[in-house]
Write a protein that binds this ligand. Sequence first.
Ligand code: NAP
Length: 300
Amino acid sequence: MATKKHTAAVIGGSGLLGKHIVSGLLENGSYDVTVISRKGSDESKLAPLVAKGAKVAHVDFAEQDSLVSALKGQEIVISTVGAAALAEQPKLIEAAKAAGVRRFVPSEFGLDSCAPGIREYFPALGYKYAAQDALKASGLEYTFIITGFFLETQFTSVFYWDVPGGKVTVKGDTTQPFTVTSLVDVGRWTAEALLDPASKNATVYLVGENITYDEAVKTVEKATGKRLEVTRASKEELEAAIAGAPNLWASFVDLLLRAISDGRGLTVAKDKAWKSKAHPTPARTLASWAPTASFQAADA
Ligand SMILES: NC(=O)c1ccc[n+]([C@@H]2O[C@H](COP(=O)([O-])OP(=O)(O)OC[C@H]3O[C@@H](n4cnc5c(N)ncnc54)[C@H](OP(=O)(O)O)[C@@H]3O)[C@@H](O)[C@H]2O)c1
């Protein structure tokens, strides 16, 4: 007799992270997957997910009834909304509760937003902390998924890495290890972790590898056979760049680099990592992926 699948909705499933979560859930085989997408959104991003077996429900974020009816019948809701919609999450949680959803997974997937003292150290993630609080208050089951950086976007121009141009800028203490996890692994491991009873009302740490910027430069040079010209900014120069930024968003990447340099929130110890049975080794590490990588965030 066929086992009944779990119903899972991925809000923002057409995005950078979302498409990998949708693929991971479908590949796992235990889920019926629905992508929740805003009315009028780019259909071409949804088509490949539909081809893999996902359904699509269109919603209007401004209409709570529209969200509630789209989430009815879903056991698990995974929010993968990006920065532009993080403030909307309490509303999404409210809609999930009204729809009878069992578990909500908010859009975390990065810096350890559950670490002690992190709210004071890294206030820029205020919308994520607000979602955590709203979720705990809602009485829904929750899982917070922490991944460190995504491998496919970390070594790109967003973080001052121009590998195609042979130039890289590193800032602060470049001997500090930080966590990097491939989007492919985040998708697969999230799907598997949500079936693990230990993920109920818990923080799940997904760790591809821990690496320093100094090691990353050597790894990319070895894998690509290309010498990188490395520009270094000291901790003081990093602080000055943060202080001189015109607004929070202009300093966001430097704030993340300072967190690495300070060893705060971006290094997950391997022994804290959730362990996959289906895919015990990462699909991609920097060394295995770099020889064929484009190092362009748009290709992630
Ligand atoms: N660890 C890392 O290195 C790393 C890197 C990047 C992001 N992240 C985290 O991963 C999570 C997802 O980020 P992402 O970059 O994958 O998100 P994204 O691609 O920017 O957006 C995901 C989806 O959100 C939906 N959306 C809903 N309201 C929106 C609005 N007002 N404006 C724009 N899109 C809206 C869109 O889907 P529809 O158009 O279909 O509605 C969009 O495709 C976030 O929590 C982010 O902080 C982590």
